[in-house]
Structures are given as C-alpha cells and as structure tokens.
Design a protein around this ligand. Structure first.
Ligand code: HGY
Ligand code: MN
Ligand code: MN
Length: 416
C-alpha cells in the first residue's frame, strides 16, 4: 500500500464506468442526458448514487431541500468533514459530465481511499446539491443557495416550473425530501470538481484548472406586452409587435456585452412567445437576459443599460415592458488556502495546470459563503457544454479526480 501522501492515484477505469452507468439514466435524444431536477429520472439517479455510496461504506444524510450527503467517517469524530460536492441534475439537452463528474469523482475518491485503507482525521463527505441547473425551477444553484442562507426554504419550495408545478410538491412526489434541516451541516472545507464548460484549458494544453474566482451572474426576466393581431391583415403601422421589441432588445444585449469585451458575456436562453402561433403577431413575450462578468461594476453597468435602453426601445414602439431581477450572484473569490491545496495537488501529481476564472456558476459559488471552498476544473472537448455532444477524455476525468483526492487528503489530514 503506498504510504499516504505519496503518488496516490484514483481508479480512472472505475470512475469512467460509473459515469457511463449514470449516463444511462435520463438519456437525451443525441447521446447526452435529460435528467432534470425532481423528475423520475432524477430520482432514479439519486437511488443509484445512494446505492454506490452505501456500498462504499458511507453513512447517508438527506436535508429538507433534497440535498444528499454521504459521509466517510474520520478518526476524529469532532472534526468537521471535508466535503466534495456538485450536482446530478442536468439540462434538458445536457451532457454526461456537467456536475456528474464532481459527484462521481468524489465517490471515486472515497472508493480509492477504501481500496488503499487510508484513514483521515476529518471525515470526508460527498454532496449532491438539488437543482444546480435552475432550468426547470429557476434560479440556478437553488438548493446550495438555501443551504448557504441566500434563499429561504419557503421561497425555494414555491418556485414553479413551466407547467405550474411547485418545487416542494415535486420534491415530495419523487420521495427525496429529507428530515434534516437544510444548512445546519457544518463543513471544514468543500472542493468541487467540474468540467470547464469553456475552451481555455484544452486550447492551452492544460489538464487542470485551478479555479481562483467565479464570474458573477445576473438574470433579468423581461416581459414585453403588445397586442395579439393578425399577421396578414394588420397594417404595419398599427402593429404592437412584442416579438419585434424582444428582437431589438436581444440585439441591445449583444451590443452591451461586446462593449465590455473580452470578459463580459450576454444572451437570452429562455424565451417564451405568446400565443406562439404562426399567424398571430405576438402580443406578449417573456425572456431572461443572462449577463456575466468577473467584474461586479461591469455587471451593474450592463444591468443598468439594459433597463434604460430597453425601456426606450419599448416606449418608441408603444410596448409595455417590465424588468424583474430573477437571479444572480456577485463575482466570487475562492478560499486562498483551498485554492493553494488544489495547486499543490496538481504540482505534486505533475499535471499541467493554470489559474482560471469559472465562466459558469456552480454550487461552490454559494458554499464559499459558509465554508472555505475551491474548485478544480478539467477540460472538455471544444469547450462545449449544455449540449448533448459534451465530451471529456478519461484522462482528463482521472487527472481532475486525482487532484481532488490529493487536495482533500491534504485538507482532511491523513492518519498513518
Ligand atoms: O448557469 C450556470 O452557470 C450553471 O451551469 N447552472
Ligand atoms: Mn454544473
Ligand atoms: Mn450546467
């Protein structure tokens, strides 16, 4: 058995097999996954994950937001656990690795510690955070947000999906609402392994991203109201075309983001058009503008200009418009001690690595507010994610999980 702290490695083949096994649950239509939160597929994935954790000797916990916890005991029962966490829920056209690598990579760390008979002073824990994606129930990172005290549990459980179903009802329906009060669990630290979901690491030839910061996010929901009317018989000057108003605002969003190049980004991924009939001028559109930047002042400027210039566009077109902030968080600086542990792990393992700012939001961004937190990233092919064609290599998955193993061991303390 290699002495703790030596060149320890996880079992990449076993990790890959688990990733492929989980990918069979909630399959997409093009090779990825559609395992949206609080669906039957989510429940099936949770059941499989719990089975694997119990087989690895973990004690299981479940809180009132459905956050799952698997605990590997340490030698010091009074020491707070070192967590590794991410999410098993996916986008409707999601990939096999977004979130899943962080949860199953954490499981592989536990399995490898068991194989090597390594004991740690602090317990080690795995978290599966409910509804990280925020696609069925907005906003993203909802349950880690409740855990960190960002949202109240009541507000979260009242979130509705497109069919009007409530988060709380759906959590109970799938049978994954626990008894443990959310947020009471204390952590010594948390590490989240995640695919980059961008092109930088692959382009730079690096296996590991040492995530120093997470960029901030702003979600503004815009409702434009015009007037339904016939697309054929309504003269152009008489139209109140909410769809055209949205098109002009989407062009504005693009201009605003480009005005803060190279780091700011902006788009709308959610768009609902009413009545969405091919021969009716849309009388109403509801869409969500997603702005992101590592710089809070830039985010605030983008939000301000969206409202000011968006209002002007609608006024000139005789359209009513309402803006509602429906999600967001400030740019995040991860814990310097945990970030250094990640960097030392990559160095000791000999993996090419670089500092990186996370372009996407993650549960770690909220948990960082209640416990020392850092992230580890691995590349993904062409930087593609939130697409069923999302792909990583087994080597990248293995490297990321090896770094997770070493960062956690350093933080949890190996007991010889
Ligand atoms: O929106 C995000 O950045 C994350 O993928 N939920
Ligand atoms: Mn994710
Ligand atoms: Mn995602």
């Amino acid at each position: 058995m290699p002495a703790p702290g030596e060149n320890l490695r996880i079992n990449g083949d076993r990790l890959w097999d688990s990733l492929m096994e989980m990918a069979k649950i909630g399959p997409g239509v093009a090779g990825g996954n559609n395992r949206q939160t609080l669906t039957d597929a989510d429940a099936e994935g949770r059941t499989l994950f719990q089975k694997w954790c119990e087989e690895a000797g973990c004690d299981m916990g479940l809180d009132t937001m459905g956050n799952m916890f698997a605990i590997r005991p340490g030698t010091d029962p009074d020491a707070l656990p070192v967590y590794m966490g991410s999410h098993l829920d996916t986008q409707p056209t999601g990939g096999k690795y977004d979130g899943v690598l962080g949860v199953l990579g954490a499981l592989e760390v536990v399995r490898s510690l068991n194989d090597m008979g390594i004991k740690t002073r602090h317990p080690i824990a795995i978290a599966n955070w409910t509804n990280e994606e925020g696609t069925r129930f907005a906003p993203a990172m909802l349950s880690s947000g409740v855990f960190a005290g960002i949202h109240t549990e009541d507000w979260a459980k009242a979130r509705q999906d497109a069919d009007g179903k409530l988060f709380g009802d759906e959590l109970r329906r799938i049978g994954w609402q626990g008894e443990e009060p959310v947020g009471q669990r204390k952590m010594h630290a948390m590490f989240e392994l995640h695919i980059e979901q961008g092109p930088i690491l692959e382009a730079e030839g690096k296996n590991i991203g040492v995530v120093t910061h997470g960029q901030g996010l702003s979600w503004t929901q815009i409702t434009i109201t015009g007037k339904d009317s016939h697309t054929g018989s309504t003269p152009m000057p008489l139209r109140k075309n909410a769809g055209l108003g949205m098109a002009r605002i989407l062009e504005l969003v693009d201009q605003i983001a480009w005005s803060h190049a190279p780091h700011a980004v902006g788009a709308a991924g959610h768009i609902d058009v009413y009545p969405n009939s091919r021969n009716v001028i849309p009388g109403k559109v509801v869409f969500t503008v997603d702005f992101r930047s590592p710089d809070l002042a830039v985010i605030q400027d983008m939000e301000h200009r969206l409202r000011l210039e968006g209002q002007k566009i609608c006024d000139e077109m005789g359209l009513d418009v309402a803006f509602e902030k429906v999600g967001g968080f400030d740019p995040v600086a991860f814990d310097a001690g945990c970030v250094a542990a990640v960097r030392r792990a990559a160095e000791s393992l000999g993996y090419a690595h670089m500092n990186i700012i996370s372009g996407a939001g993650h549960d770690a961004c909220w948990i960082n507010q209640v416990a020392p937190t850092a992230m580890i990233m691995c590349p993904c092919v062409d930087g593609l994610s939130h697409n069923e064609a999302e792909e990583i290599s087994k080597d990248w998955a293995t490297a990321g999980t090896d770094v997770l193993l070493h960062a956690v061991l350093e933080t949890a303390g190996v007991v010889a």
